[in-house]
Design a protein around this ligand. Sequence first.
Ligand code: ZN
Length: 157
Amino acid sequence: MSDSNSSQFLRLKSDPIRKAFHAELKGPAWWLGGNKRSSHFGWVDVFERSDGKCVYCSRDLAASTDALAESTEEHLVPRSLLEANGVKCDNEHNMAVCCAGCNGLKAEYLPPASHPCWKSRKAYIKECSRFVAECRLKNFQKYKSHVENVLKKRAGQ
Ligand SMILES: [Zn+2]
């Protein structure tokens, strides 16, 4: 399991870097797709379209009011990249519902511009889901002994 593509995910740190990255992207710009923009159709519409499920982990955000409170609006391709290139970021196809946990892990990380997942929205989501899952695994590995200690203490062990 040494093939960790996710370690190739990038965080672009300045507008010149964002412009160079954007220029490298090839294929259909699916993130510009859709007839509407989020500023016109709103989060509720995004939520309904997604069937209330997190785009990355499929968590059911309609399952409870607590889950609903943790639901966020995700720009699949980060705003920072698109805005740095003068491109509207809230087109219909760039919007999705996302749980707060996944949104925090995904942050502004991106697959490399040469990655084949950029060719379609579906492939891009799949690759980002894998990245988020790997972030979760790393967090789990980092903190599992501490979580165990807390749970043992609570259980009186
Ligand atoms: Zn999620």
